[in-house]
Design a protein around this ligand. Structure first.
Ligand SMILES: O=C(NC1CCCCC1)[C@H]([C@@H]1CCCCO1)n1c(-c2ccc(Cl)cc2)nc2cc(F)c(Cl)cc21
Length: 233
């Protein structure tokens, strides 16, 4: 078998992941809301916490559809979700930012986010990541698989059976490698660049709690789910 040829079972696996990714759509289009009007720091914070909370719920539903996830140790299932929720939020935000928009809209969106209440120091790493994701022009299958691979990361804190997680992540990496060769034939290093984004994504993990608690306003209200997932309050 050609090492880049996608097998029938890999195609079926991909369809399950893509269907789940599309079925569990993200919360209502936050980009549209941000483009409509300028919100105060308080309103932006509320918007983010609402979006992030419903995105976590969406993420759980998506994850349950990843073949093999539900047969993992239950505590490991929680550890994987908790360990990847922030990265999944930034990945989704990056995808929202990279969506093709009428000319000038992305600039307005960037401006609104820059003025949303986030401290200045986090803008550079955040937008560097968003732009590096945008430059990749990922197809939907790659986005869905990259999210699933991020969730199925064996070395998250508190994961007991890392080998079991590796056995689920490896087949997805193999499909992704083949998809990259298929959709980006002229770029043999594309797959490596895609995986490099996951490393950049982990660095955003370090900032997220501080990004929230340094939001330019006084009283922070987090949903109980976000307190659990985002290590805040
Ligand atoms: O709501 C957001 N992201 C959701 C999260 C769930 C999935 C869908 C996207 C936030 C917005 C930012 C302005 C103020 C309101 O929140 N956001 C963030 C962001 C995320 C984490 C932190 Cl701590 C700070 C900012 N980056 C974004 C990039 C974008 F293109 C767009 Cl549209 C929105 C984006």
């Amino acid at each position: 078998k050609e090492k880049f040829e996608i097998t029938k079972e890999q195609q079926d696996f991909m369809n399950v992941i893509l269907d789940a990714y599309n079925r569990h759509q993200i919360p209502p289009d936050v980009a549209k809301k941000l483009l409509q009007e300028q919100y105060s720091a308080e309103e932006n914070f509320l918007l983010l916490t609402e979006m992030a909370t419903s995105q976590v719920q969406v993420l759980v539903e998506f994850t349950k559809n990843i073949p093999g996830f539900l047969s993992l140790d239950h505590e490991d299932q929680i550890a994987l979700l908790k360990g990847s929720a922030v990265e999944a939020t930034f990945l989704r935000s990056a995808q929202a930012f990279s969506t093709k928009m009428p000319s000038g809209h992305t600039e307005v969106l960037e401006e609104r986010i820059r003025k949303s209440g986030i401290s200045e120091e986090f803008m550079t790493p955040m937008f560097n990541f968003y732009k590096s994701i945008g430059e990749l022009h990922m197809v939907q299958e790659e986005q869905a698989l990259l999210t699933a691979i991020t969730i199925m990361t064996p070395d998250r804190p508190y994961v007991k059976d890392q080998q079991a997680v590796e056995r689920l992540q490896e087949p997805m990496l193999d499909i992704l490698r083949k998809l990259c060769a298929l959709h980006h034939p002229g770029e043999p290093q594309y797959f490596a660049r895609l995986l490099g984004r996951l490393t950049e994504l982990r660095t955003l993990n370090h900032y997220h709690a501080e990004m929230l608690t340094s939001w330019r306003m006084n009283d922070y209200k987090f949903t109980p789910l976000l307190c659990e997932i985002w290590d805040v309050q």
